[in-house]
Design a protein around this ligand. Structure first.
Ligand code: ADP
Ligand code: MG
Length: 497
């Protein structure tokens, strides 16, 4: 791969050193497990959390004489992902054997695609931010390729004092390896990239993106250089399985490389491991010890070939992706900030769209982001477990819109629905929470406050902002249920004369 620099150095991204600032160069190889009932070359189940070695066919155990058979659904999923990444789909690709010995690899080789991957160059637009003004910077990160490959099994060294065991449930599960170009320039960009990639595959339904279950993990390539200078020597940190760890690993690795270079040393190209407990990376092997995998085309498998019709058939079923959705939300009146938050997770976007259906978009977004997501965050819950449904939140928005309740009472209604469930309109009705719009009742309260505070009335005539104090008093008097607009109008009329 020839490295081409497509980025203009941005001081915002620079990493401080002792002598001068440095620029990080990062490229990610993300392994994403394909959502599919069966494995890449066998009919064994891919269900997560099954008993050890429950999901193993003769192919996955590499019994002599076994023959791999390509799972067409996995091919479709890879093409679907390629289309979602605006990438070149290669109508002909080839499976290669990558030969190495490891106890969790019974075949003695992994079937992968080295020279002719199923998907070529593409692009992901990431949004970095928000900054203090709530703005996002959009950056395009190049995709080098996406190829299909098998996952390996898992060695277990903690089950027995003198023996190691092997679990082959993952053996042969279909992975997409998605390789970025070295276009990433900061930890924030790397995080935004993985978040965006995860969101895209989740929208597409091609990978569940669950990093904690190992469905998505990243090899993180890091080098440093003088801003805008030649590319430096990179180190590759293997198998990072959370976005937070990735940030820590890059930070540590950049510091380590900068310290070496500033001391006049040079970086050895090597593969490193991130130790999450110590928060540091350590060497696994150097380039000199790197394996020679003796890649060659797998003689058990024909090249993968399909036509334009196959691609088009998939293209027409693509859902609206996060970028398109964000643009639509903005055109429907949302700020870039609100739209970005809502589209980041498909489940959140779906929820919001239900709340917004036939209602004021801005109001629906405010309630979804500030109240619902705020409460979920505090309770440590995901949107799937929200105690308040989109229908219930929509009903609360309707009550505000109809002037049945004001914004403050609406928060109380939200809390009741959150804790006890129920129909918001009924709750408001039964508990007498409806706004007092009866001007007679409001006027009585206004008059009482005015006559009890003649001195404050004088002050308010000099200083109109004092009206706020009167509004507060009237609200108190009416249990927070008065229509604030009506109260304001009446007070102004009576005080200003
Ligand atoms: P390999 O397969 O040996 O790991 P590749 O050429 O496929 O090598 O590159 C793997 C990853 O390393 C890619 O994501 C690429 O963007 C990234 N990369 C390449 N050069 C650099 C560099 N100098 N600094 C940081 N990342 C790099
Ligand atoms: Mg690599």
């Amino acid at each position: 791969m020839t490295l081409v620099d497509v980025r203009t150095p941005n001081p915002k991204n620079f990493f401080p050193g002792e002598d001068h600032d440095w620029e990080l160069v990062i490229g990610l190889e993300v392994h994403a497990q394909i959502t599919s009932n069966a494995k890449l070359f066998s009919g064994a189940s891919t269900e997560f959390g099954k008993e050890q070695n429950a999901n193993v066919s003769l192919v996955d155990a590499a019994m002599p004489g076994m023959l791999p058979v390509i799972n067409e659904e996995c091919v479709r999923q890879a093409v679907r992902t390629g289309l979602g990444l605006n990438a070149q789909i290669n109508k002909r690709s080839v499976f290669d054997r990558k030969n190495y010995f490891y106890p969790d690899l019974p075949q003695g080789y992994q079937i992968s695609q080295l020279y002719h991957p199923i998907v070529g160059e593409g692009e992901i637009a990431i949004q970095v931010g928000p900054d203090k003004e709530g703005n996002f910077e959009s950056v395009d990160i190049g995709i080098e390729r996406l190829h299909l490959e098998q996952d390996a099994g898992k060695s277990m060294h903690d089950q027995h004092p003198t023996m190691s065991f092997v679990d082959l449930n993952r053996s042969g599960v279909a992975l997409m390896e998605i390789v970025s170009k070295p276009d990433i320039r900061s930890i924030d960009e790397a995080k935004a990239y993985v978040n965006k990639l995860r969101s895209i595959v989740r929208y597409l339904g091609t990978c569940d993106g669950n990093m904690d279950q190992g469905s998505m993990r990243a090899d993180v390539n890091v080098s440093v250089r003088k801003p805008g200078g030649e590319f430096g020597t990179r180190c590759e940190i293997k198998n990072v399985n959370s976005i937070r760890f990735m940030g820590q690993a890059i930070e540590y690795e950049a510091r380590r490389q900068i310290d070496i270079l500033e001391d006049g040393g040079k970086i050895d190209q090597e593969t490193r491991l991130f130790d999450a407990v110590k928060g540091e990376t350590r060497s696994m092997r150097s380039k000199e010890e790197a394996h020679d995998y003796r890649y060659f085309p797998d003689p058990d498998l024909l090249p993968l070939e399909f036509d334009d019709a196959f691609i088009e058939e998939i293209r027409v079923t693509l859902p609206e992706l996060p970028d398109e959705k964000r643009a639509r939300f903005i055109s429907e009146g949302l700020s870039e900030y609100d739209a970005s938050i809502l589209v980041s997770d498909k489940a959140i976007a779906d929820y919001y769209e239900q709340v917004a259906e036939g209602r004021d978009a801005k109001m629906a977004a405010n309630w979804t982001i500030n109240d619902l997501l705020g409460a979920l965050n505090k309770a440590g819950k995901g949107i799937e477990d929200s105690p308040v449904s989109a229908g219930q939140l929509g009903a609360i928005v309707d009550l505000i819109k109809a002037d049945t309740i004001n914004g403050k009472i609406a928060k109380d209604v939200f809390e009741i629905v959150w804790n006890e469930g129920g129909d918001p309109a009924k709750i408001v009705d039964e508990r007498g929470m409806a706004q007092v719009t009866d001007t007679g009742a409001i006027e009585a309260a206004v008059d009482a406050i005015i006559s009890a505070n003649p001195d404050k009335v004088e002050q308010a005539r000099e200083k109109p902002s004092m009206i706020g104090w009167f509004v507060g008093q009237v609200m108190k008097e009416t249990g927070g249920k008065a229509n604030p607009k009506a109260v304001n109008e009446l007070l102004r009329k009576k005080i200003e004369g």
